[in-house]
Write a protein that binds this ligand. Structure first.
Ligand code: ADP
Ligand code: ADP
Ligand code: SF4
Length: 603
């Protein structure tokens, strides 16, 4: 009846052994004898009650939504599709399952970006372009073949590409999103893993540029997340294929490493004429990396739409504005805004802690850290930046008392709640049980509004920690850290594996929390936008990674950003329309001017 609406039943959530089919009993068409919500029949495992299916022809659409309300497990979504969506989907996984509209169009010699939330169909699109998944054009009962697909895409940018897939002529190299899982799939050392991939005779260059040399003979299972990320990048870029797909390149990398990774990808497109497709949530890096951009929007888990290509600048600006110009489509209520001359002035809170000069070295002085004494204020968010391996976590451990300094007295008497960079919570325990064991505020309306809602925890409360995706686990870890009662909250790389929307929401949850609880938050992160939106003041680490580190005093955002980016020799300009910071081309006129003036960020 409602032509443009879809019904999605999440079969992982639908548990008829634990409800009494309220959806079916209350559905208005069912109550008048129609077969709108029915049982799936033999598809269910033996002995289990049957799950439900919903007829999209009979369903009254989103304005009814009674079943959505009645289902105790949030298994049902009824969604009115945007009217602008006239075409049939590229693929639908099955009846009442996720559907994907539109496909990205990789171009030879270009880097194509995809920007959008998790769960919106990016991987689905890539599996189609890799020839792994034959798209059914939404006709899941008929299973159309590649000739039908080619017919549907005749006259579009994808026609030639799809003809090549049909003829088996496309080869693909892929870097997976969750590099932490690589050790489960490969038993051996870095050299063994990389040698299998060196099809372009490019490995030596990749190993050098990505600084992989020191871990070549290390077992893959002993690598840190940042090392795994660089090894996975090298393994993908060393292959000789037509089409490269990279699902998130930045998690666990510092800014210098992010910029290097972006340059390597650009070179492969520009110099070798390869097609590169990249999903990335660090907007400054995406901006630097991509030639064109597809924005993905929709309802995660229900349907996703991949727009035709836009210029990178327009794509990111429209995404941040929450409104897609050509599509005439609002994708978010509120824009994400950057202030032009933003640096927040230092907060006026009392001094929470006044720590002295500290030093710490490991082993026979293989690594040594020098910390300049400083003050941390109550009520502030202190950003911490610097390369990997420079002593940021060591400083954190000195503050938490987990580590004794060699000189200086760090007996701070503070309760500190710490979220480590590599989140390892994976006990066989439900999310709600885990979080309620941390705070008796769990479930209160304050906790729900300030923590559960902005971190989108409602839908995963009943899941086991061990079944969570990387982004879900990150959100639970941030919630757990903030839920502890402490004087100081220290979060190491909260942006890892979160999409842009989630980064912005996590950022504002962290800021509000600091303000309302009169507490102090320190955040280590490498996403410049996140640090810009989040921090009141900045602490900059410099030195030589893995050899010696130096931690400066907390300082104003402007001075801190200038010092930090001068070390990296990277300058940012402001986008004229939105004031969004954008990385300047090295040696461009603006780059040289800003360096001369010493204004690296808030120019
Ligand atoms: P993204 O890469 O944007 O995070 P995906 O393409 O991985 O998104 O997934 C989009 C949606 O499709 C998810 O809700 C996922 O649960 C669903 N999905 C993925 N694979 C299948 C499948 N084989 N059968 C049914 N649904 C699937
Ligand atoms: P960051 O947090 O900035 O990435 P870390 O403080 O984790 O840096 O590490 C700084 C350096 O100290 C690295 O070279 C690391 O390998 C080394 N290191 C860290 N912990 C230890 C330890 N317990 N023993 C020996 N070396 C260590
Ligand atoms: Fe029935 Fe559709 Fe209403 Fe759900 S939304 S109760 S399926 S009519």
């Amino acid at each position: 009846m409602a032509d443009d609406s879809i019904a999605v039943v999440d079969l992982d959530r639908c548990q008829p052994d634990r409800c009494s089919y309220e959806c079916k009993n209350y559905c208005p068409p069912n109550r008048t004898g129609k077969e709108c919500i029915t049982l799936r029949g033999e598809e269910t495992a033996e002995g289990q009650p049957e799950q439900v299916r919903i007829s999209e022809e009979i369903c009254l659409g989103e304005s009814c939504g009674i079943c959505v309300e009645k289902c105790p497990f949030d298994a049902i979504e009824i969604i009115n599709l945007p009217q602008e969506l006239e075409d049939e989907p590229a693929h639908r996984y099955g009846e009442n399952a996720f559907s994907l509209y539109g496909l990205p169009a990789p171009q030879e010699g270009q880097v194509t970006g995809i920007l959008g939330p998790n769960g919106i169909g990016k991987t689905t699109a890539v599996r189609i372009l890799a020839g792994e998944l034959e798209p059914n054009l939404g006709r899941y009962e008929e299973s159309p073949d590649w000739d039908d697909v080619l017919e549907a895409y005749r006259g579009t940018e994808l026609q030639d590409y799809i003809a090549d897939i049909r003829d088996g002529e496309i080869t693909v190299a892929r870097k997976p999103q969750y590099v932490d899982q690589i050790p489960n799939q490969f038993d051996g050392n870095t050299r063994q893993l990389l040698e299998q991939t060196d099809e372009r005779d490019a490995l030596d260059n990749l190993v050098e540029r990505l600084s992989i040399g020191p871990v070549m003979d290390q077992a893959i299972e002993d690598l840190s997340g940042g090392e795994l990320q660089r090894v996975a990048l090298a393994a993908t870029l060393a292959r000789d294929t037509d089409f490269y797909f990279l699902d998130e390149i930045t998690p666990y990398l510092d800014i210098g490493q992010r910029v290097t990774a972006a340059r390597l990808i650009r070179e492969l497109a520009e110099e070798e004429g390869k097609s590169m497709l990249v999903v990335e949530h660090d907007l400054a890096i995406l901006d630097l990396l991509a030639d064109t951009l597809h924005v993905a929007y929709g309802e995660p888990g229900a349907y996703g739409v991949i727009t035709p290509p836009k210029s990178v600048r327009n794509g990111i600006n429209e995404y941040l504005a929450g409104y897609l110009d050509n599509e005439n489509m609002r994708i978010r209520q509120n824009p994400i805004e950057f202030e032009e001359h933003a640096p927040r002035t230092a907060t006026h809170g009392d001094v929470l802690v006044d720590y002295p000069d500290l030093t710490k070295s490991y082993g026979d002085g293989e690594f040594s850290l020098e910390v300049e004494g400083g003050e941390i204020h109550r009520n502030e968010v202190l950003g911490i930046v610097g390369p990997n391996g420079i002593g940021k976590s060591t400083f954190a451990k000195l503050l938490t008392g987990n580590l004794e300094p060699d000189t200086g007295d760090a007996d701070l008497n503070l309760d500190i709640s710490y979220k480590p960079q590599y989140v390892t919570i994976d006990q066989p325990m439900r999310v709600d049980a885990f979080l309620s064991s941390i705070t008796d505020q769990f479930g209160s309306s304050y906790w729900n509004t300030e923590i559960a809602q902005p971190l989108q925890l409602e839908r995963i409360m009943e899941q086991n920690l061990s079944d969570l995706s990387g982004g879900e686990r990150q959100r639970v870890a941030i919630a757990a850290c903030l839920s502890e009662s402490a004087d100081l909250y220290l979060l190491d790389e909260p942006s890892a594996h979160l999409d842009v929307e989630q980064r912005v929401q996590a950022t504002s949850a962290i800021r509000r929390y600091a303000e309302q609880q009169d507490s102090t938050v320190m955040v280590i992160d490498h996403d410049t936008y996140m640090i810009d939106l989040l921090a009141d003041r900045l602490m900059v680490f410099d030195g030589e990674p893995a050899a010696h580190g130096h931690a400066g005093q907390p300082q104003s955002m402007r001075n801190g950003m200038n010092e930090f980016l001068a070390n990296l020799e990277v300058t940012f300009r402001r986008d004229e329309r939105t004031s969004r910071p954008r990385i300047n081309k090295p040696d461009s006129q603006l780059d040289r001017e800003q360096k001369r003036e010493g204004e690296y960020y808030y120019a």
